[in-house]
Design a protein around this ligand. Structure first.
Ligand code: DON
Length: 305
């Protein structure tokens, strides 16, 4: 497969769409990002990589962090987890409050904000004031890069304007589904969202998910085979919020998006992919990123179906 040629074609075909998306503006620090950025990286099992665009430019990983915190939590206590968070698509926006009240403070899945906040709370019960360091360490391990860090400006902006997230955590606390102090949990959650990475680093970080839980390059195991199956299923059914069906229909791969404009996707037993373009569609997923992945699976025939 000529991946270099395919990436070049994809870039040319998505360029006219750069202005169609809208950069996230509910967190002021994200609003300042230039919407014309585009980057796409492929990471294969033998260490080969293919890249195009601004692949060295870091961006805010936002909700992509949820796959890493869920990996950490599912390895800690899998059965216990299901009392606190489900595994059904929500059919609702990522920051919705409505369903949470009807469903007694138990979020539908760990990839909507409420679910990810519960996961952060579970990690906080285990790791106490070292929780964010543990999350950062974990991401440095999966990316095999000790330099990964968070962006203080984005973190401050998240905390200042995180009104909905603060409402979500308080609602769940009222249903006794949050064990720690809400401020402590949110402090960690906002930091994990503000971690900065580029597409090369993120594609590398998701490789273990394409290989049944084991990084095929370092041979380090991060999840059991069955846990990796579960996490990938969640990415397919819940990774793009109320557009998860649309993403599965168009792309046909498990993937997870973030409002920074990044999307990570995996082709089981072959590669991990990261695409970044900051303009979002109406559901909060990268408009160009989704199109680029759709073109990738169409041109290569590499989907799970
Ligand atoms: O919780 C928030 O509002 C953000 N920091 C993360 C949300 C996010 O990335 C949702 N994604 N598409």
């Amino acid at each position: 497969m000529n991946y270099t040629k395919i990436l070049k074609e994809i870039k040319e075909e998505v360029e006219p769409l750069f202005k169609k998306g809208k950069v996230a503006d509910y967190i002021p620090a994200l609003k300042r990002v230039n919407p014309s950025h585009f980057a796409m990286s492929l990471q294969l099992f033998d260490g080969t990589t293919y890249d195009i665009g601004d692949t060295n430019t870091k961006f805010s990983i936002q909700s992509i962090s949820k796959i890493f915190t869920y990996t950490m939590a599912i390895s800690l206590k899998e059965k216990e987890l299901y009392k606190h968070v489900g595994h059904e698509p929500s059919g609702n926006p990522f920051n919705s409050l409505v369903q949470l009240e009807y469903e007694n403070g138990i979020p539908r899945n760990p990839f909507i904000n409420a679910g990810a906040i519960v996961i952060t709370d579970i990690l906080a019960s285990k790791y106490k004031d070292k929780t964010f360091d543990k999350i950062l360490d974990f991401i440095r391990r999966v990316s095999n890069n000790k330099k990964i860090d968070f962006d203080k400006e984005v973190d401050d902006s998240e905390a200042e304007f995180g009104f909905r997230n603060i409402a979500l955590v308080n609602m769940m606390k009222s249903f006794k589904n949050i064990a720690n102090k809400t401020d402590d949990v949110m402090d960690i959650y906002f930091k994990q969202c503000s971690i900065s990475m580029n597409t090369k680093e993120l594609s590398k970080s998701a490789l273990y998910l394409a290989n049944h839980g084991v990084d095929p390059i370092t041979k380090e195991r991060f999840l059991s085979e069955s846990q990796a199956k579960r996490l990938n299923s969640l990415m397919l059914t819940c990774g793009h919020y109320d557009a998860s069906g649309d993403f599965a229909y168009r792309v046909g791969l498990p993937g997870k998006s973030g409002v920074g404009g990044g999307i990570v996707a995996i082709v089981p037993e072959l590669m991990s992919i990261c695409v970044w373009s900051p303009g979002l569609n109406s559901k909060g997923n990268s408009l160009v990123g989704t199109k680029a992945l759709e073109l990738f699976t169409t041109k290569t025939g590499l989907s799970i179906f």
